[in-house]
Design a protein around this ligand. Sequence first.
Ligand code: URA
Length: 226
Amino acid sequence: MKEGLIKLPGLKGENTKMGKVTVIDHPLIQHKLTLIRNKDTGPKEFRELVDEVATLMAYEVTRDLPLEEVEVETPIQKARFKVISGKKLGVVPILRAGLGMLDGVLKLIPAAKVGHIGLYRDPDTLKPVEYYCKLPSDVNERDLIVVDPMLATGGSAAAAISFIKERNPRSIKFMCLIAAPEGVERLQEEHPDVSIFTAAVDEKLNDHAYIVPGLGDAGDRLYGTK
Ligand code: URA
């Protein structure tokens, strides 16, 4: 796992200076991500692989969960052991592609509550507009993991996180499969307090704001809607 100030190609040759990016380069994740990228991988396999990678990534994203000791009686004797210390978590997929990562994360943290947020781009102002946002009622006591497979321009992730912050969560982490350097830069600029976890930082965006080489349109590939 590469952590911290990673070198982002194409960003004026500089390391990023704010926030924190973690590239989770575990071999299983990299292998599955390569299968996901393949244009010949159909929706069924694509969905299964995204689900598996989300589970594996959640393992790293939750690495800093605090522990506390409790007393347990084994068949041999009483002793003190560690358990996760009652931290309240929430998972928030950004609609619609983020839904593809939700179940994978919940496999590791089944007690997490789930919020949803959906945005569209106003055709006149080109600004992101929230069309749906439902978060756990106790969001102010929760640490959230916002999930979306592709961090492209960073525009919708940054806007989604701004809308979520209006509801005062305790903290936010952002988890994606593939990030573009432009998206990392924008998200870190607008939300330096939000740690980014990704399985890859790709080369660039193309003229249509797709990540290159990327995997194409994550939503269309998840749901076979192309
Ligand atoms: N959204 C996608 O689904 N793919 C990209 O490459 C960029 C944004």
